[in-house]
Structures are given as C-alpha cells and as structure tokens.
Design a protein around this ligand. Structure first.
Ligand code: ACO
Length: 311
C-alpha cells in the first residue's frame, strides 16, 4: 500500500517537478543521489590534478591565468556538489574520508597522465566536452539542489571546453611538431573520454531506476552517441583525426558506427589500476593532511565567535 508521502513523491516525479531537501523521499532515491553527487564532487576535486600539473609550465602569462581560473572553477564545482550532497544528510567528513581511503569512486578519466601542453587542449575539448554532454541534461534532474548546481557548473564547463578547443586550434595552426603534439593528445584522450559516459546500457545497473526517477534523462549510450556527433565537425574544423578508423555515420539507423570500446581498460581503471590512480590518491591525501591547520584554525575561530556572541 502507498503511503501519502510516497504518493506525493510519485506525483512530483510524474509531473516532472523538483524534490527539495525537506520533502519525503524513498531511501533508495536518497542513496542514489548521494552516490552520484558525491562521486561527481570527488571527480571535480581529483580532476584538478591533471591540469594543475601544467600551471607552472603554461607557455605564456595569458595561458597560465586561464588555466589557473579553470582549475579554481573545478574546485568550486566540487564544493557546490559536496554542499548538494550534504542537503541529503551526507557529511563532508564522511565523503572526504571515503575519497582519501580509496573507497569512493571518481571519474575514470582523471587517472590518465598529462605529459604535454597539448593535453590541456585535449582535456578541455574532449573531457570537458563530454562533461557538458552528460551534465546539461542533469540541469533538469529531479533533485532541486543538484539540478541548480548543474546550471552554474555547465556555464563554466562551456568556457572550459572552448578554451581547450582554442589551445588545440592554435597548435594545429603551428609547426608540424605542434600539430603532432596536438594529434597525439587527441589520440590518447579520445577513448577514455568516451568511457566517461559509463558502461554500455545493457551493463549499466543504475540507469533504469535513475531514469525512472528523472535523475538521468538519457542513457549512457545515447549521450556517448550525442558526444561523437558533436566531435565530428569540430575535429574537422581543427584538422585533427579522431583515432577510430571505423567511425562513420550510419544513415540507415541514424547513429555513429564505431570500433568497440575497450571495457577491460575501463574496469581496470575503476578497480584502481589505471596509470595514475595511486598518484591521484596519494596527492589528495597529502593535500588533505597539509590542510589540517586550516581546518583547525577555522574550528578554533568558530568556537571563539560562538563564545563572543554568548557574552
Ligand atoms: N568513471 C568511474 N566510474 C564510473 C564511470 C566512470 N566514467 N562510469 C560509470 N561508473 C560507475 C558508476 O559510478 C557505477 O558505480 P557504483 O554503482 O559503484 O556507484 C558503475 O560504474 C555502473 O555504472 P552506471 O550503472 O551506468 O552508473 P550511473 O547510473 O551512476 O551512471 C554516470 C554513471 C553517467 C557517470 C552518472 O553517475 C553521472 O552522470 N554522474 C554525474 C556526472 C559525473 O560524475 N561526472 C564526472 C566527470 S565530469 C567532470 O568532473 C569534469
């Protein structure tokens, strides 16, 4: 039998309205959101590392200023998202602890190295491009605080994507060595970027329920297709080749045919065995430990303020 609370929740979902923090919600809905939002927050925070790697070596003052702003944006995204997860009862301490203990997931994409400057271009173009494709529909997610955080995040991601495209464009207009560097970065980031959308639909355990709850609006494979459709004309404009000889538009069924994705690699990365997993976690743990004095100072300050107000 449906309780009045359940009926109200079902009705809000059926009318495609928003669920807010004080509304009743099924435990499984809450758990799914905490899972997805916290994983998303961790991705933003870990995602600062591959690019931070180039801040001191950016090729000009202008590039350095842009890159610093972008990496700071990622920190901001992580913070909005942790706050959204906190509205569901998750605590910041628990989420942080799960991340640094290696128990939490974050996007597979951030476990790859960034050996050249062109990687900054490829990350912006491909990784942030994939993030936009995946996140624009999340602006309509049924959970209000998540959807609203996504609106701001997507605006910033669009700028990130454009700056990446522009880095690659400049390299492609440069010397043959610069062109090769750009193509090499695209070759390395293309397949991991396609894996960002998650496993194929028939191997995605969470999709059906998340779609029924209006959290996800499109399936993993649908978004992957949409992303490839976006890349093809942009690759042409850049003059880079997407590293898939099988890639072609299939008129008959209206989608892109492509080579099989290496899901073994994806599962290896998820299991913690990607090229940079250990390094990413080590660095995050170190940053957390180095920040202990800030947390202690903030706590002491808050305690002092509380006493001052009482007096
Ligand atoms: N990297 C790491 N883990 C992944 C990835 C990936 N690219 N894709 C899927 N997974 C995990 C899922 O988290 C899930 O694990 P869990 O059940 O242990 O939590 C498992 O693989 C199975 O996948 P799905 O059933 O398809 O999971 P879900 O419905 O959550 O869909 C998706 C995965 C599409 C990533 C979804 O969670 C999502 O849209 N998240 C928000 C966006 C996001 O997190 N982006 C981060 C990268 S973008 C950026 O930060 C710039």
């Amino acid at each position: 039998e449906t309780t009045p609370d359940e009926a109200q929740f079902d009705d809000l979902i059926a009318r495609d309205e928003r669920i807010e923090p004080r509304d009743w919600m099924p435990d499984a809905y809450r758990r799914t959101l905490v899972r997805q939002i916290s994983q998303h927050a961790h991705s933003e925070i870990i995602g600062m590392q591959p690019e931070a790697n180039w801040i001191t070596r950016a090729p000009s003052l202008k590039r350095k200023a842009i890159l610093m702003a972008k990496v700071q944006d990622e920190a901001g995204h992580g913070l909005y998202l942790y706050s959204a997860a906190q509205t569901l009862g998750a605590t910041r301490d628990d989420m942080t602890e799960a991340l640094i203990a290696g128990r939490a997931r974050y996007s597979s994409i951030f476990n790859y190295p960034t050996p050249t400057w062109a990687d900054m271009g490829a990350i912006g173009w491909l990784v942030d491009g994939a993030a936009i494709c995946n996140q624009v529909p999340l602006c309509r997610a049924s959970y209000g605080p998540y959807a609203r955080a996504m609106v701001r995040i997507c605006k910033e991601e669009s700028f990130h994507q454009r700056q990446g495209f522009e880095i690659l464009l400049e390299l492609m207009r440069g010397t043959p060595a610069q062109q090769r560097m750009a193509q090499d970065a695209v070759d390395r980031w293309y397949w991991p970027a396609l894996q960002m959308f998650g496993p194929p639909d028939d191997e995605s355990p969470n999709s059906a329920q998340s779609m029924a709850w209006n959290i996800k609006r499109f399936s993993n494979d649908e978004l992957r297709q949409r992303f490839v459709g976006m890349l093809v004309p942009q690759a042409e404009a850049l003059g880079v080749t997407l590293p898939d000889p099988e890639l072609r538009y299939d008129e008959a069924n209206g989608c892109y045919a492509m080579s099989p994705i290496d899901w073994t690699e994806f599962h290896e990365v998820l299991a913690g065995r990607g090229p940079m997993n250990a390094e990413r976690l080590r660095r995050r743990r170190e940053a957390h430990e180095n920040g202990a004095w800030v947390r202690e100072a903030a706590t002491a300050y808050a305690a002092k303020q509380a006493t001052a107000t009482r007096e």
